[in-house]
Design a protein around this ligand. Sequence first.
Ligand code: MRU
Length: 343
Amino acid sequence: MIMKNPYFVYENNSLRTIDQRKLPLVEDWIQLKTIDDYFTAIKELKVRGAPAIGVTAAFGVLSALSHENSIEKIREKGFSAIQTLSKSRPTAVNLFYALNKMKTILNDLDITDVQKFKDTIKNEAFSVFNYEIDTCNKMADFGNELIKEKMNILTHCNTGMLASPGIGTALGIAYRAFEMKKDIHVYVPETRPLLQGGRLTIYELNKAGIPYTLLTDNMRGYIFDKGLIDIVLVGADRIAINGDTANKIGTYESAVLAKAHNIPFYVAAPVSTIDFSIDTGKDIIVELRDANEVTSINGKKISIALNTINPAFDITPNTLINGIITEKGIVKPCRKEINQLSL
Ligand code: MRU
């Protein structure tokens, strides 16, 4: 039985989580209380992964207004928190999905009793949290149908319990297949520059007891060529209406390799990761991060390069994607099917 996700617990007006930058060597549990705590946690990737970022932001808004005792002040603190958090990271659309939910409830709520007002806002933050848990379970059920006995799964980045409050998106499918006693094996690229695969996915797979093999990113061609991969399962940070998908840098390369070797490539993401306002991947803003992440590993300088490039995500075109696994079923990456998913 796969354990319950312990990484996102909201209690006493604060979020208890783990500092993902220090994993797997140090398990540093942190308590997010102020809006600055939440903003910094998301910006600096103490908390990361699209659904986790969204849920953390919803709780950030909740924490920010929790000590106010007038509806006017609650609205003021809530809107200000939303504005601050919306600047933390640009690509994962779940952040904006969650913040829009909080903004709408703050705007539209027509209640004069302060406690009831606060309780309703709290319920909204928890509905974002529960939505992401529920969608993970449903995606795992749909995705599990694609996993046959003895399958070797290539994933990318970290898409498990550290990336969502549930069992995860792409990795959630591996959890479900393993729970169903399927004999699976997960191949994990380390995911430079920040090593979400090598540090976080391996940490999760170790805990769950799922068999895996770690590789550096540039070994992917070799493992495809050796026939070691049967299916690719990745997550997403933003999906355009035509199915073009932004995910962790390096995902596109796995998609190209999968196509070249005739291996199915699936994206697993809740409908909250679909941006119905953008037509193609060309409209997705890709976060560019600091050069230090490329010239260092775990804070240790490894290069004296003066010029670097550090896009956090890349865009996989719909032509390389076999299907998108959502909580509503598996759809083709095309406008007609994606539009029907609209929440
Ligand atoms: O920069 P990160 O670590 O937040 O990027 C995370 C990813 O790209 C994940 O693959 C994506 O968010 C899907 S997570 C469920």
